[in-house]
Design a protein around this ligand. Sequence first.
Ligand code: UD1
Ligand code: MG
Length: 451
Amino acid sequence: MPIALIILAAGKGTRMNSDLPKVLHRVAQAPMLVHAMRSGKALEPDHTLIIAGHEADAVAAAAQDFDESAQVVLQTEQLGTAHAVAQAAPALEGYGGDALVLYGDTPLIQPETLEKMAEARAAHDIVVLGFEAADPGRYGRLIMQGDSLERIVEFKDANAEERAIRLCNSGVVMASAPLLFDLIAAVGNDNANAEYYLTDIIGIARARGLSATAVTCEESETLGVNSRAELSQAEAAFQARARAGALDLGVTLPAPETVHFAFDTYVGRDTVIDQNVVFGPGVTIETGAHIRAFSHLEGCHVARGAVVGPYARLRPGTELAEDTRIGNFVEIKNAVIGEGSKVNHLSYVGDAEIGTDSNIGAGTITCNYDGVLKHQTRIGNRAFIGSNTMLVAPVSVGDEAMTASGSVITEDVEAGALAIARSRQSAKPGMARKLMDMLKAKKAKRDKGIL
Ligand code: UD1
Ligand code: MG
């Protein structure tokens, strides 16, 4: 069945106590809105409509950054969820497919759950996603009769008996688009909030003899974020799921609760990720790599058998080939490190290309930035960069070349050459002792108050 997504994202989120609109707060480093869009994308929608209101420009920018084809519709006044969905009607004029309503503040819904709803739609006019709440709190309650969903009652409007129901409304609804808009047209705002409730369409549909049902999912999927506390709960739920997913895929996590994944982290099987590793967006790690403790990775690709850390930082544009070694206190940015090469200690490698089996000595720095422009460093295969070499880019070091420790390399080094770029050592016999005696004498005078 062709489908259009309608994602509600106009609310201010007063309880977030923030200048940022609620749906742009991040879970696993992506705006909550993007999580909702990603889940919906699994159904291959024909249209994605974002209902924006508060800070609509920022919301639109985030939506289109993820999916250029997303359309943003303004809801200038937030008069309730039914009113919000109604704003999508003009954009879907003449569209005969289904509409799926998602919330921009409900980031954890799984694509499989939406697929289950699509299956249930084959037998019912309207399908609502519900969940058994441990603490139903202020959620809307689903009033069921067997398999049939009779109506949804909002907490504020519910009586004691209805409030005792633990089956709650997630807010996610699926129905044919023309039917949805038709039902919404019949919704009024005579309720405790004086709002147009989307939830009212169920009672209206049942009164017309249409059928409605509920599909259920884990409560953790439907967590709706209204406060910073709930945002941190959503983050915790996301991380719990990501860690369990990694373990299932054959990743070893000796301390899973200390590893933090981003929304799009990919880790291949037989990789080991040690304690306190943090992933930013855009990381892929192939099989059999080892990411050691306290490393931070972002926007990078790590090939098979590479070992990273402890205490390494891989920044965007890092490409580690197979069997590379990146050691402690090493930062790599926008650089390709060729197969078998090593950058083991205390180095910065930025805007660089390193060939295969090269060794980059401790304390090596690519001086890539002149204050205005960034420049490239190229190092060939089997090169040896001595400890504490400064590579002042743009510069290149050829295959099998060497640089002497402590060199400041400002000119290209040809293949096979040894470059020494430091002042020559001179020795003054006995001078150390003399100097020490002088200094001690000076101190003695100062202590006596002579100097
Ligand atoms: C809603 C449901 C409730 C459900 C709960 C799940 C209604 C009437 N109630 O309540 O049954 O249990 O979600 O979390 O639907 N929004 C707009 N425009 C508006 C109003 C809301 O875009 O005019 C957006 C909000 O930004 C938010 C979403 O719709 O993303 C839900 O609105 P919210 O005010 O949080 O609804 P709840 O009171 O939580
Ligand atoms: Mg809410």
